[in-house]
Unconditional design. Structure first.
Length: 113
């Protein structure tokens, strides 16, 4: 089983990025998926979550209205669309299957002011 994040990079404040989390294995379609992030020197924190069917979503207050989580079960991929990025969004972003406890290796997002 693998979760592989991609799409991170360097962006100016106010810009956008879309992260992807590609899953291998048959677990994906039955599992809710989450995004977490960890900034330098800080603990990992919850960002967003989506139900297995994609009908329900949940966001941290700090990203609500700016980030959108989605998924394509036909492609075994989850996404995090990040708009209006701020320097405080700088972190390594991880995808997670909370049902099975799987984590990806993370992708770095750096937002410059």
């Amino acid at each position: 089983v693998q979760l592989v994040e991609s799409g991170g990079g360097l962006v100016q404040a106010g810009g956008s990025l879309r992260l992807s989390c590609a899953a291998s294995g048959s677990f994906f379609r039955s599992s809710p998926m989450s995004w977490y992030r960890q900034a330098p020197g800080k603990q990992r924190e919850f960002v967003a979550a989506i139900s297995a069917a994609g009908s329900n979503t949940n966001y941290a207050d700090s990203v609500k209205g700016r980030f959108t989580i989605s998924r394509d079960n036909a492609k075994n991929t989850a996404y995090l669309q990040m708009n209006s990025l701020k320097p405080e969004d700088t972190a390594v972003y991880y995808c997670n299957s909370p049902l099975y406890g799987y984590w990806g290796q993370g992708t770095l997002v750096t937002v410059s002011s």
